[in-house]
Design a protein around this ligand. Sequence first.
Ligand code: HEC
Length: 138
Amino acid sequence: MVFCRRYANPIGWRVLPSVTPMTIAVTSIASALFCAPARAADAVRGETLYQGCEDCHSIDKNDVGPMHRGVVGRVAGTIAGYAYSPALKASKLVWTESNLDKWLTNPQDLVPGTKMFFKIDNPQDRADIIEFLKGRAK
Ligand code: HEC
């Protein structure tokens, strides 16, 4: 939003003709209203989006892909009884939220040679899915 870029940028203040406490108050209220940061991750929405993963995954059973319960914080490629690609097994990655975000952006970029080919382009969708997975820790 143009408004946000102009007024949220501290340098922008210098070009304002006269910055009085009143203009500061008005513009900060306005920025609070119009420039709210991206909303927090939403596990409920994530659960719905997770249906897209269920072609291959479930929380409690290995399928085309490994089961997901407790995946956040786990070392990649360590679910017993699932035949991982050599690439993922050798990756030594830990599924932190940030690695999961990279993985869902493009698994092939994070772990070349993995056998997961599925991407989520929308950052909010990725955050919501990860939030849902966090809630399936136990
Ligand atoms: C078309 C099938 C398919 C879809 C859809 C899919 N995956 Fe996967 N996923 C796989 C396969 C296959 C693997 C195993 C990759 C390997 O061994 O290289 C995998 C592995 C993973 C892993 C690594 C788990 C571990 O134990 O190390 C995570 C995390 C993951 N997928 C998350 C997701 C999420 C979240 C979604 C939905 C947004 C999703 N996947 C959608 C096939 C899929």
